[in-house]
Design a protein around this ligand. Structure first.
Ligand code: NAD
Ligand code: UDP
Length: 388
């Protein structure tokens, strides 16, 4: 329940605010709405083209927070209500984006429009109306690590200076234009630069968030169940789909890329601190990730296989993974980030925040959710029609 006596990190009482959340119906938005409803007195104007993932917060009308959340079905590309909704709020949070890697090289125009062009009016309306903006960017703006260009056997590859990604000092290293994978990273980088410039030249209050592989329940979709059969979601949902269907997990180019995964609930704590501590968060770019949870994609596949067997009670396949080339999996123009370890110095100093959940624990709760939510639907979808 929302308490009246909540204080910020400096001991000042937190005043209830109204938040215009764009992309509220997505994975991160749904968890943020849940947190804001359950633990704060803030109001949310939730904007999205879909609301399936927040339906449980909107219905029935008798929910204790019913008067604090209002859903507006709109597409920010072409809806004149956007500016008035931003004006009605104290803070805008922009989560709207095309953000699945399978789209970056196959739908580069949609990717660039969604992540850059469509975000421009949001920035303009915030700046023009003196409203604070929290904008969701991505760790992908760092691109590849400097270390990836060193010879494979170079001892410098072990030196954190060559791979740890720091907001204020790391360069952004993308591949060539024909590698359209980088359309997303480049669009996100340019919108970051626009926001930063609005802050510098026009005094706009902003915070930029760079998520490092946030994962958990409600991420993306399971192809053929609550998304298109041919769709390719992000790795958590791809591997969950394989496990649910008793298929081997596909390792793109051998699964040698490294990632750090963070539990969505840990990450949402960081976002709430940003919302409620504007004096500490304004003007900042924050990495939000868990540097302790680093694995190769191959190791992730092995761990998910083990955890899924535990939570489902079903034995794993004898050969749980297979290799696949990136061209076959994603098509021409795919490329990859080699390694992503966030420097946590700035968020730790400004907000005192640290992630808590281990990879094993977060996979256990997430795969329990996936099994409970989808196993029966998959069984029915794949059941052979009865012989006539
Ligand atoms: P998501 O796809 O689940 O959510 C995005 C939401 O935005 C969707 O509900 C979608 O319907 C909505 N949306 C997109 N275009 C819209 C439009 N034109 N008008 C209205 N609504 C629109 O993705 P997510 O994982 O929740 O990511 C949210 C943000 O965080 C994105 O900006 C993404 O780039 C960024 N991000 C997320 C991660 C992660 O680990 N999940 C990593 C890096 C960056
Ligand atoms: N990947 C994989 N098999 C899959 C899906 C993804 O090996 O079925 C790899 C992908 O090539 C990348 C990593 O997993 O190296 C993470 O992919 P994700 O879609 O989560 O996005 P990214 O972290 O690259 O933004």
């Amino acid at each position: 329940m929302a308490s009246e006596k909540r204080v910020d990190l400096d001991g000042n009482p937190i005043k209830p605010i109204t938040i215009c959340m764009i992309g509220a119906g997505g994975f991160i938005g749904s968890h943020l709405c849940e947190k804001l409803m359950a633990e704060t007195p803030h109001k949310v104007l939730a904007l999205d083209v879909y609301n399936d993932k927040i339906k449980h917060l909107l219905e029935p009308d008798s929910l204790p927070w019913a008067d604090r959340i209002q859903f507006h079905r709109l597409n920010i590309k072409n809806d004149s209500r956007l500016e008035s909704l931003i004006r009605m709020a104290d803070l805008t949070i922009n989560l709207a984006a095309i953000c699945t890697p399978a789209d970056y090289n196959t739908r580069p125009l949609d990717t660039i429009y969604s992540n850059f062009i469509d975000a421009i009016p949001v920035v303009k309306y915030c700046s023009g109306n003196n409203k604070r903006l929290i904008h969701f960017s991505t760790c992908e703006v760092y691109g590849k690590t400097i270390g990836s260009f060193l010879p494979k056997d170079s001892p410098l590859r072990q030196d954190p200076a060559y791979y740890v990604l720091s907001e204020n000092s790391s360069p952004c290293i993308f591949g060539p234009i024909e590698k359209q994978r980088w359309s997303y990273a480049c669009a996100k980088q340019l919108i970051e630069r626009l926001i930063y410039a609005e802050g510098a030249e026009n005094g706009m209050d902003f915070t930029i968030v760079r998520p490092f592989n946030w994962i958990g329940p409600r991420m993306d979709f399971i192809p053929g169940i609550d998304g298109p059969s041919e769709g390719v979601p992000r790795v958590l949902a791809c591997f969950s789909n394989n496990l649910l269907r008793h298929e081997p997990l596909k390792l793109v180019d051998g699964g040698q890329s490294q990632r750090t995964f963070i539990y969505i609930k840990d990450a949402i704590e960081a976002v709430l601190l940003m919302i409620e501590n504007p004096a500490r968060a304004n003007g900042q770019i924050f990495n939000v990730g868990n540097p302790n949870n680093e694995v190769t994609v191959k190791q992730l596949a092995e761990m998910m296989t083990e955890v899924y067997a535990k939570v489902s009670g079903e034995p794993s396949l004898e050969k749980p993974t297979i290799d696949i080339s990136s061209e076959e999996f994603y098509g021409v123009g795919y490329d990859d980030s080699d390694k992503r370890i966030p420097d946590m110095t700035i968020i730790n100093k400004q907000l005192g925040w640290n992630p808590k959940t281990s990879l094993w624990d977060l996979l256990e709760s997430t795969l329990t959710y996936q099994h409970r939510t989808y196993a029966e639907a998959i069984k029915q979808a794949t059941a052979k029609p009865a012989a006539t």
